[in-house]
Design a protein around this ligand. Sequence first.
Ligand SMILES: Nc1ncnc2c1ncn2[C@@H]1O[C@H](COP(=O)(O)OP(=O)(O)OP(=O)(O)O)[C@@H](O)[C@H]1O
Ligand SMILES: [Mg+2]
Length: 255
Amino acid sequence: MLTIDSVTKIFGEPATGYRALKDVSIEVPEGEFLCLLGPSGCGKTTLMNIMAGFEGINGGRVLLHGRPVTGPGRDRMMFFQDAGSALFPWQTVEENVQYGLKLQRIPAAERRRRVDFNLSMVGLDEHRRKFPAQLSGGMRQRLQIARGLAVDPDILLMDEPFGALDAMSKRRMQGFLLDIWQRTGKTIVFVTHDIAEAILLADRIAVMSVGPDSRFRDIVTIEIPRPRDPSSPGFGEVYAQIERLLGHDLDRHEG
Ligand SMILES: Nc1ncnc2c1ncn2[C@@H]1O[C@H](COP(=O)(O)OP(=O)(O)OP(=O)(O)O)[C@@H](O)[C@H]1O
Ligand SMILES: [Mg+2]
């Protein structure tokens, strides 16, 4: 469904600029939950921006349904860590969800149906007349997700969406996202630098190396059946395996 083929990205002049990504390749099948994992600055956001069509490339190809990605499109929806800044503070919860539907000129009855459906899916039904400032951080994230799902994209591109949440809210949101993913069958590309989060969520984890010339160090398939238990031995083994993959880079990064 989504093809990243030998993608190279240089910021600035090709000869002198920063070589962020080098020959990055992956094939993401429909319905997959893919996590991009790697240390800060390795190019996760850059790769997401490329998939979203916000950022051009210096080599390789990005194909969606076999067609080159040349810019942003309705088939992809980007979700950000800071839900608050992605939402309109002057609009209520339901108006925020309606917004993209109005842009797409979806008729009023269908708009109402999608607003109701998605607000109840994220459990914000009873909060529909509140404003974003009146919600908790986790609720704002759920609103961002409802708003994104309402326009029915094929792929959800999520850049550390739970990075700013406390441990308990984060755990709840992970369960919630897995539930939505299983119910909708959407394809999800999810960026994190939290190893446990990646193992909990992903079908596959693409482990990135530090830049310059960042690439996929390895792509690990997570075979642990769901629901996954972080305290199980199998989970711990995968954790250690991925920590080893990251280890060298992390030492350099934090040293
Ligand atoms: N517009 C830009 N111009 C120049 N360099 C950039 C630009 N955007 C990103 N970079 C560089 O590209 C590299 C990758 O950045 P990116 O934001 O993709 O990292 P990341 O993996 O998302 O990091 P984090 O985990 O901290 O969010 C970094 O070295 C960064 O400095
Ligand atoms: Mg980033």
